[in-house]
Design a binder for this molecule. Structure first.
Ligand SMILES: [Zn+2]
Length: 247
């Protein structure tokens, strides 16, 4: 369900009560309509940020929605003070995401969960190389299931990163979902503004199979709202079309 499409239209049969006349012959105007006792989902979280600007935390990039410009570079890349196996550009995030990651990693550590930044920012040029490598070794169809095409990756925005477990078990493999870092991030990430961007069995909407390691920042309010309303994908939450494959 999308915030923009979940408000039912009011029924015309009940919207205008008839004007009534008292026994004294004076006309009484109908009372004003009762305010709705509960705000609709769309009014609970007013749209604050762009879905298309790459510098917006609500950017939706998927196989139907490339970055514009394709070679976008965040202006505020920084290296978060967290444990990392990533190095070079992949150790960077945009400044908002970096601060949220620092808070989340620290909270996880306080609860005894070791989390590692495995891959953060990835430039357009790096994505050209990464995707090209997959195409060369596996063919384009298979490459498209494993790697975003250049200009289509959340990693290029600085809003997303991959985590690994402190012990390094099951990195970038399906069994990572059962590791402490993944379970903790799935249960607690929203408190720091993160969602698991490619959840289990939602590839017909997101275009990617389950990636329990890939976290995306959208802000605490929106991430918590998604959890509370049981919405699993950004496509559904923001009311944009499903993107199972490239157009
Ligand atoms: Zn990722």
């Amino acid at each position: 369900m999308a915030p923009s499409s979940s408000s039912p239209a009011s029924s015309p049969s009940t919207s205008v009560p008839p004007v009534t006349t008292t026994p004294e012959g004076t006309t009484v105007a109908p009372p004003p309509p009762e305010p709705s006792p509960t705000p609709s989902p769309s009014s609970a979280l007013p749209r604050q940020f762009s879905l298309t600007d790459p510098s917006s935390p609500w950017l939706v990039v998927n196989k139907h929605r490339p970055l514009v410009p394709a070679d976008y570079v965040p202006a505020d890349l920084v290296q978060p003070a967290v444990a990392a196996t990533a190095s070079g550009e992949s150790a960077l995030l945009n400044s908002t995401t970096a601060a949220a990651a620092e808070a989340m990693f620290a909270a996880a550590a306080q609860e005894g969960v070791a989390m590692v930044l495995a891959s953060g920012y990835r430039s357009y040029g790096t994505q050209v190389t990464t995707y090209g490598g997959y195409v060369a070794s596996r063919g384009q169809a298979d490459a498209d299931t494993a790697s975003a095409r250049p200009g289509y990756s959340e990693h290029q925005t600085g809003w997303a990163f991959d985590i690994a477990d402190g012990g390094g078990a099951c990195s970038f493999q399906p069994c990572f979902a059962d590791q402490p870092a993944a379970m903790w991030a799935k249960a607690n990430g929203h408190r720091f503004g993160f969602v698991v961007r490619y959840p289990w069995m939602f590839h017909p909407i997101t275009g990617y199979y389950y990636e329990p390691w890939h976290l995306r920042y959208i802000g605490v309010e929106a991430a918590t709202d998604m959890v509370n309303r049981g919405i699993n994908t950004l496509e559904e939450y923001f009311g944009v079309e499903a993107a199972p494959g490239y157009l």
